[in-house]
Every structure is written in C-alpha cells, then in structure tokens.
Write a protein that binds this ligand. Sequence first.
Ligand code: ADP
Ligand code: MG
Length: 367
Amino acid sequence: MNQHLGILGGGQLGRMLALAAHPLGIRVSFVDPSTEAPAASVAKHHPGNYDDPQTLDHLTEADVVTFEFENVPQEAAQRLSQSTPFFPPCEALHVAQDRLTEKDTFQRLGITTPRYVAVNSPADLEKAFLEIGPLVLKTRRFGYDGKGQVVVKSVEEARTAHSKISGVPAIAEKLLSFDRELSVIICRAQDGNSVIYPIVENTHQEGILRRSQAPAPSVSRETETRAQEMARTLAQHLDYVGVLALELFDLGGKLLANEFAPRVHNSGHWTLEGARTSQFENHVRAVLGLPLGSTDSIEPTVMLNLIGSVPAASALLEIEDCHLHDYGKEPREGRKVGHVTVRGSTRDVAERRAEEVVRVIRESAPI
Ligand code: ADP
Ligand code: MG
C-alpha cells in the first residue's frame, strides 16, 4: 500500500511538498480553506476551516500529518496528533508561534539572540527604548514578511509605536546593523539523526525575502560549525522531526538567532535544483520515517523570489540553467507568486545568470 501524507495548508509550500512526494509514490491530501489553494492542482484538497473537526477528520486517514504554515491553531494540531502521527511536534509550533517564548527558548539553550524585552504597554516600550536604544517592535504572534513590525528610533516614536500594532503583546528587539542575514536548514529524522544544508545568505527588502545565495559566500569553518550547533541544539530540544529553518544575523562572524520556522522555508527553495535532495523531499522522508537524502550542494545557486507577478516563462527560460516555479497564484502586490533558481559552475556564473533574471523581472514589471 502506498503511504499517505496529510498536510495542513495548501499554499506553495504544500504544493512543493506534494510535488516531492509524488515520485516516491506517496499520496497527498491537504486541508485549506481557500478554494484557490496552490496545492489543489497536485494533491487532494479538502476545503474547510482548521477549526472544523469534520474537515480535519479527512486527514486522520493519512499515515502521517504535517503542516506547511506556522499559525496552525493549537487545537487543530492537538486534535490531529491524538489520532495520527503528527510531525513536526506540536511543541515546535507552540514555541515558534510566540516570539517571546521563541527567544526565551533560544536563551535557555545558549543560542545567542539580539537583546530583547517583552512589551505590553507604551510605558514598557518607552522604558525599553531608554535601555536598549533604537529597536524593532514586533507583535509576539502572527507576524510574517515583516508584517506586525515597527522600527523605533526616538523616544517620541517609542511613545506612539505600540498603538501602531494595536497595542497587542509584543517584544522590542535591539535594531541591529548586521553584516548580513544567514539561514541554516536542518532535517531531523525520527531516530534523532539529522542532516544540514550548506548555510545560505539571504537578502530581504521591506521585510520580504528577495534572494538567497547558496552556499553563502565566505563562511568560516567556525561560523558554519556554530550555525550547525545552534540548529542541532534547537531541533534536539524540540524532539523535532522534519525540516526546520533557523534565521541568523551575522555581525562580523558573531551569530545571533532571529527566529526559526518549524517547516520547509523560502530560504531552502534553492535545494530543488541546487542540492542532491531538496528540503521538500527530505521533509517528506523524515515525517514518513524514510531514510534522509544527501544535503550536499550540486553547484553555486541563486534563488530569486517573484513578488507581485510572474514574468513570461519564455523570457526567463531563455537564461541558461534557469528554473521557474510558478505557484499558480493570482498576482497581487507584495505577494510571493513564484521563484526562480539559477545555477552556475562558479558563484560568478550563477550571479551573472541571477542578474539576467533580475533584468527580466524589471522589464516585465507592470508600469
Ligand atoms: P518575519 O520574517 O516573521 O516577518 P523577522 O523577525 O524575521 O520577521 O523580521 C523580518 C526581517 O526584518 C528580517 O529578516 C530582517 O531583515 C529585519 N529585522 C528583523 N529583526 C531585526 C533587528 N532586530 N534588527 C535589524 N533588522 C531586523
Ligand atoms: Mg523572518
């Protein structure tokens, strides 16, 4: 009998998980309230809400249930985990869903973070500003792609910023001028063994990931080892199964943990063409108890997100060793609707191809 994987969520991550499961003969079904869920064209869709027990019960027929987004309601995760093997564990969701719990967990594990304090009122924020100076105020819950964040650079701003996030529980973090952002992606199996992808360098604009360079250039042995240690420590602490991404700030070789995602991650999309086994396939393998595959990089790779709209495939595919992933989503400003990966025999070759992709994106952008 073929194995059957259930997924909570059918966005592009669910779709790429389903595409990775397919050649392994694994059946995939998923729950997502949206009638336009990108995964619907490649897997069985059970439309409905995550708080509807009848909808969730469709997934209890699966051998294993996983999820592709962070804000899975705890009740849904708990309910499914009582009837069906459920990976990554609910605890990982619980920790990742709250930036304060997440940062406290990092601290407890000796994983260094930017300085932070809890903020529950404008007075808390003013006090935080006086203590740590320029800062980023972030909602504890539901933030993504830079949403729910306000940069505070003066006492005056500190007095008003909390109302800009509707006064919800938040954390204030020291505003860093880091050298660069890195991420490390680990995949841990049910027996506790793990594999780790080469470190990636990520460029964000307006809080949204724009490009990833893999492997990241100029990563010292010490930095690589430290990043791997951080990821391993966290995954082990959470008794984790599946792919986990840890986002890091690099300050002159000193690494500070920003946040982690208990799921496949945008900064791991390069692995589809750039690594021996993609993050999606390794996640599927891990949660279904199959052996993990090699995470070695094949060639230097650059991944570029397509934000807002997808340029003509014909223009992109003219570029050598260029791979398009169109998620089949309606174009909308600021929305991730696809990504492109280019490889090259050297980093320079990959970079030149990435520049060509940028040119095509720019030329095709709606005026
Ligand atoms: P999310 O990805 O959930 O929206 P992040 O905390 O990762 O939230 O923030 C998004 C981006 O904002 C980061 O990738 C980084 O570019 C920037 N950022 C976040 N925290 C800080 C900070 N303390 N100092 C400077 N820049 C930050
Ligand atoms: Mg982030």
